[in-house]
Design a protein around this ligand. Structure first.
Ligand SMILES: O=P(O)(O)OC[C@H]1O[C@H](O)[C@H](O)[C@@H](O)[C@@H]1O
Length: 295
């Protein structure tokens, strides 16, 4: 069966051999196994910590967590009761439907609407739909945000981001093309330095040291390359991208990170995180990424 509905997750299987697993908790993609043109045998492309909780007790340390409506600690007045990265990654979504099931792609839709656990911390009405589509060498994730409020209310203001943990040796991985793009360095020691933009000088960005960089107005198409995995990330409506690897310096302090886990991945996270999307009542915004296995 190309779409298998289990108690806690949806498993997608493509007729050409690729597969994906989506946890209903957080709509988190926790596995994407894909071959590529040069290497047709499917292999795991995402990193999930062996210490990650998959039982809904906390956001998943790995895969593709969905960040909404705030990135990092909340700054918007409507988000102040929310935790880091908002609520989308820590709520259980509903399996809505199979969108497509053929050789071109196997696609499902999950949804999230206001419920008590959300409305006690966040008052704005919204409808989220998340469409995950698996193709032979690709997975795409589309987040549809609808402002379901009455037309007299002010726009819905939010941030959104896909927190991709791409499996790759951190000592060898490079991310391109970010040269010349301005970024905010969250590893800096003071708020003053963290809020001062720097300009990326490197033709290829690496994560050999603790890295937490928010690139603003980035190209929207990236290559994450290492000797064992190469993934292209093509995005729509996400003007920013975050590159994060904690290395031992910060990684050893993360409770659900396996020992040395930071050596096995890089997070390359397309998002709209500098400023806010402003969505008028009745309107829908779509943020999208397509990940393509290239090696
Ligand atoms: O530990 P989490 O809440 O999952 O956040 C993990 C990381 O997410 C992003 O990459 C942020 O830029 C980092 O500052 C943060 O440490």
């Amino acid at each position: 069966m190309p779409v298998q509905q289990q108690v806690d997750k949806i498993v997608l299987t493509h007729p050409k051999g690729s597969s994906a697993e989506i946890l209903l908790y957080g709509a988190t993609v926790i596995s994407w196994k894909s071959g590529s043109v040069p290497n047709p045998q499917p292999v795991e492309r995402l990193f999930v910590s062996s210490k990650a909780a998959l039982d809904g007790s906390k956001p998943v340390r790995g895969g593709i967590p969905v960040v909404f409506p705030c990135f990092g600690a909340p700054t918007h007045p409507e988000h102040l009761k929310l935790g880091q990265h908002g609520f989308a990654r820590s709520e259980t979504w509903t399996f809505n439907s199979i969108v497509m099931d053929n050789e071109a792609g196997v696609s499902v839709k999950l949804t999230l609407e206001p419920k008590a656990s959300i409305t006690e911390r966040y008052e704005r009405p919204f409808h989220l739909a998340y469409v995950v589509t698996l193709a032979e060498h690709q997975i795409s994730t589309d987040l549809h945000v609808q402002n379901t409020a009455l037309s007299t209310t002010p726009p819905l203001e939010f941030q959104a981001l896909f927190h991709n943990y791409i499996r790759a040796p951190a000592s060898e991985v490079s991310i391109t093309p970010l040269e010349g793009i301005s970024y905010y360095d969250k590893t800096e020691t003071s708020e003053e330095l963290r809020s001062k933009p720097k300009t990326e000088q490197r033709a290829t960005v690496d994560v050999k040291k603790f890295t937490d960089s928010v690139y603003e107005d980035a190209p929207g198409i990236y290559e994450v390359a290492s000797p064992t995995n190469k993934v292209e990330i093509k995005t729509k409506s996400f003007k920013d991208v975050v590159v994060w690897n904690p290395q031992a310096e910060a990684g050893s302090k993360i409770g659900d990170m396996e020992a040395g886990g930071w050596e096995k991945y890089v997070c390359v996270e397309p998002g709209y995180v500098r400023g806010f999307v402003k969505l008028e009542a009745g309107q829908t915004w779509i943020g999208q990424q397509v990940l393509t296995a290239k090696l």
